[in-house]
Write a protein that binds this ligand. Sequence first.
Ligand code: NDP
Ligand code: HSE
Length: 430
Amino acid sequence: MKELKVGIIGFGTVGAGVASCLLKNAGVIEKRTGVKTVLTRIADLDITSDRGVQVPDGILTTSVKELIDVCDIVVELIGGTTKSKEFILEALKKGKTVVTANKALLAEHGEELFRTAEANHVTVHYEASVAGGIPIIKSLREGFVGNRINRIYGILNGTCNYIFTRMEREKLGFQDVLTDAQRLGYAEANPSLDIDGFDTAHKAAILASLAYGKWFGMKPVYVEGIRNVSLEEIRNAEELGYKVKLLAIIKKDEKDAVEIRVHPTLVPEESPIAGISDVFNGVMVNGDFVGNTLFYGRGAGREATASAVVSDIVDAALNLANGCPERLQSFREGALYSELIPMSDIESRYYLRITVEDKPGVLGKIATLLSNYNVSISSLMQRNRNSEEEVSIIILTHMALESEVQKAVRMINQFPEVKSPINLIRIEDL
Ligand code: NDP
Ligand code: HSE
């Protein structure tokens, strides 16, 4: 039986999970695939702390260089974009196959990494970089290879979904829930990546690249995080038959022009995406032949992420054991779209909450201004006065052009009767 040596750089949450899975399920993997993946080295800055996994003697090291030299498959699990890039490039240049869960690095430097891999006749695998344990990369690359991808909707950040779910169920404040997400190992070392939407945007950029054949990077991705979504928005959404989700929206129009955006979104409460709660992720893919498909699973955490990393290790091992290290190309250039649609040109429905002084004529003034910008109201709700004699007007619009809505919002915000900036959330009827 062919044996492949595996080295893990980074013995943190995911690294410890991968070590545990490889050690526990090595027999299962061997029986299924006919290859033996041998955990040979684990490198970390700290090799004395207990990581909750009993590893064989002599495999822990502080030398990444030595790990790269002795292993066939190098697994990068340190995160960040500096050292990780350096280690991956070094491994690729030495002809080693690389596995990573690092979506930030891929979104920002994917092109360079894939070019280096190609030049050295090896591959970079990244299943765990999007949606944790859900095999969405493999599905887009292999399962849906015969389809043109029309749409992808994704709840791709476990931390944000966990925060929204607990705010909704327990009426808790944002910060209390974030602290729990960090304690549970869901949040990034820098949680701003999660809550400001960048982690979802990294993942959206990766999915869009697989769907539309160009490593887009972050430039074309519109990003808005969840900091401004208050309990009030979550309650109003519920009353209107919606849930609030941080959604990645990747879609093409009939002319094959593509939009990629990430923002809090109202989704109908009866849609399958709305039912995805807690740290779970969900991805809906629509292909021209397959139609709608829905994936559901844990998007973060030690075990689920380890499951995805190990599937990549096994793919890499099968490539190498069969003497064709480039058989499974993780990404191939070949543009399948016509152009990128700028955010100002997208069309959507909108939720607007406007806090105004409760006096005659205000509602009429707002409705007239919206109509001046071709924004048509589909429904309207007014709350009772609060203690300052103000009221919240909640407007849902029909489809409207983003640039027109933004202009209207700027104008309404300047009305003297408007007491705080409008809360705007886009609606996707899926
Ligand atoms: P952790 O911070 O838990 O683990 C990273 C480990 O790498 C730490 O032990 C760290 O040591 C070590 N490390 C940092 N720099 C170096 C270095 N230069 N040389 C050797 N070791 C180093 O991160 P996670 O395990 O959570 O995440 C790892 C990667 O997986 C990231 O790219 C993340 O985005 C991705 N990911 C994480 C998921 C999750 O649920 N946690 C899910 C999907 C992807 P020290 O602590 O001393 O700095
Ligand atoms: N911080 C990320 C999340 C980890 O919460 O989804 C998984 O990529």
